[in-house]
Design a protein around this ligand. Structure first.
Ligand SMILES: [Zn+2]
Ligand SMILES: [Zn+2]
Length: 229
């Protein structure tokens, strides 16, 4: 069941599927929290119930704080910390992980599936006849641009500096639909580049979803970067 480049690791919080090489980790992953030592928590920080032989302490896998069984009974997937099975969550962390799991279910799937775009990179001539399929790589680290005749350089997800989406039309409920996006990123030589992508092809809806998902992915990577200790 091991995936390529990953290994199963048994840790204090449960089984995790970790990359063999740390440099191949998904940019959506988060480090495991520091677990508050048992001696430093005598009671559940949620309900204040004292820990003893019957009322055991448990660590929330997401925040590392100590709770009684009742206050940490929710078991949820925690893909950002690479857990294989659903793990114990406190009430505060449950809401955060639910939102993130929604991101993995909807938006990561949309990014992996890809969308069709007219693509203009800095220094390239405008060629609006060529349509590229843009996809997130299976390890979530790069954006690939594919076309039967041409291939553009990959963009590293962690080297994207800014994402701006623009909207042109509204859906039947009056909500704006993304018609494209512009991204500022560092290329493999460290030079700042700009790419503009306009939704193209038959299945516009898929491209519009891809753009919205890309904006969420950028925000998630950016938030993770700023939360690193
Ligand atoms: Zn409790
Ligand atoms: Zn927690």
């Amino acid at each position: 069941m091991a995936e390529k480049g990953k290994m199963l690791q048994k840790g204090k919080g449960g089984m995790r599927m970790v990359p063999v090489n740390e440099s191949s980790a998904s940019p959506f992953t988060l480090p495991e929290p520091f677990w508050i030592p048992d001696a430093q928590c005598q009671s559940c920080i949620q309900c204040q119930g004292k820990f003893d032989f019957l009322n055991r302490r448990h660590h929330c896998r997401r925040c590392g704080k100590c709770f009684c069984d009742t206050c940490s009974s929710t078991k949820l997937s925690l893909p950002r910390m690479l857990y294989v099975d659903p793990v114990r969550h406190c009430a505060g962390c449950t809401g955060i992980s639910k939102k993130e799991n929604d991101f993995f279910e909807k938006h990561v799937k949309a990014l992996l599936a890809g969308g069709s775009f007219h693509v203009n990179q800095s220094g390239e001539t405008n060629d609006n006849d060529t349509v590229f399929v843009c996809k997130l790589s299976p390890d979530h680290r790069h954006l690939h641009f594919e076309n039967a005749n041409r291939r553009l350089d990959d963009i590293s997800m962690t080297d994207i500096d800014a994402v701006q989406i623009w909207t042109e039309e509204n859906d039947s409920d009056g909500n704006p639909l993304a018609s494209g996006l512009a991204m500022k990123y560092k290329d493999s030589c460290g030079e700042m580049q700009l790419v503009k992508m306009v939704v193209a092809g038959q299945n516009k809806r898929q491209g519009q979803c891809w753009v919205a998902s890309m904006q969420k992915a950028f925000k998630m990577i950016h938030d993770s970067k700023s939360s690193v200790r």
